[in-house]
Ligand binder design. Structure first.
Ligand code: NAD
Length: 286
């Protein structure tokens, strides 16, 4: 078997069954688009780390309700709040509800996102606007509401050494161009400079802002890229580490980045991608 395929059959790692560290004890988190995929995994990981969690959703109320119950069973307080992240008044109402219920918010994870793919010459303005509205404007609206609350409240040293944390869920496509997905790649490129510019501006208030850039993670958004052996084999050509990522791996990265262990980490894009950004086409020397 050649080196490329030697490990492809191995399953993703199962984490050892040690009790999760309560790195986020006493903190209040809001995760957008949290009823499925990566957002769901982040919500579970934050709750296991001791945070109370707002589960934002725009559709799929039942899945959000089930997640709230699951988090309660795991010992966390959670509420589900419906809001379209691209709608200013709904985002404002969601933050008001969060502060009414939890008193404040310490961690905001801008996860909600979608794709509306089309060859560029056929892409409609509606497809362009929809992706920008959710993936970029949504992150702007939620980040702005978060910064307002973090600045109002300031640092509570007994809870965290920062006044608040924003995690933007971006993508490897903030740096890798993506034919057929121009709107998506443009939105994530926008997230990168939005995140860094906000980070530069709000650092003096002890507010930390960072991104996580997933590579290929097994979720509904990209099922056609992994749900048949043929598709999976093709995908592996893009991943030097030769396996797909799992949503809870993004959850663990989010816990660390939101915790005081990462207090000096500010304005970065953390790539969690099995090396997808390492120009895999050059694996064999180019
Ligand atoms: P997903 O489709 O399971 O999750 C996206 C979530 O966003 C869904 O729950 C959806 O209902 C929600 N959403 C969509 N529009 C919304 C709106 N207007 N308001 C509120 N919520 C809304 O897909 P996922 O893979 O879990 O994606 C989560 C994030 O990760 C996205 O930002 C995506 O771009 C990013 N990402 C995913 C991958 C991957 O391989 N899965 C790779 C890179 C980046």
């Amino acid at each position: 078997m050649d080196i490329e395929n030697r490990y492809q059959h191995l399953p993703s790692p199962v984490m050892p069954k040690v009790p999760p560290q309560k790195l986020l004890l006493g903190q209040k988190a809001l995760v957008t688009g949290a009823s499925s995929g990566i957002g769901r995994a982040i919500a579970v990981a934050l709750a296991d780390a001791g945070a109370d969690v707002v589960i934002n959703y725009s559709s799929g109320e039942e899945k959000a309700r089930i997640l709230v119950a699951e988090l309660a069973e795991r010992g966390a307080r959670a509420i589900a709040v419906r809001a379209d992240v691209g709608d200013e008044s709904q985002v404002e109402a969601m933050f008001r509800r969060t502060i009414d219920e939890f008193g404040t918010v310490d961690i905001v994870v801008n996860n909600a996102g979608l794709q509306q793919d089309a060859p560029f010459h056929e892409m409609t303005l509606a497809q362009w606007n929809r992706v920008m509205n959710v993936n970029l404007t949504g992150q702007f609206l939620c980040s702005r509401a978060a910064v307002r609350e973090f600045r109002r409240r300031g640092v509570r040293p007994e809870v965290s050494c920062s006044a608040g944390k924003i995690l933007c869920i971006s993508s490897v496509h903030e740096v890798i161009p993506w034919a057929g997905h121009v709107n998506y790649a443009a939105s994530k490129g926008g997230v990168m400079l939005m995140m860094k510019s906000i980070a530069q501006e709000v650092a003096p208030y002890r507010i930390r802002v960072n991104s996580i850039c997933p590579g290929a993670i097994r979720t509904p958004i990209n099922m056609e890229a992994w749900d048949t052996p043929k598709a999976y084999g093709e995908l592996m050509k893009l991943i030097p580490y030769k396996r797909i990522g799992e949503a809870d791996e993004i959850g663990r990265a989010a816990v660390w980045l939101a915790s005081d262990y990462a207090d000096y980490v500010h304005g970065i894009s953390l790539f969690v991608d099995g090396g997808m950004t390492l120009y895999p086409g050059f694996e064999t020397g180019g």
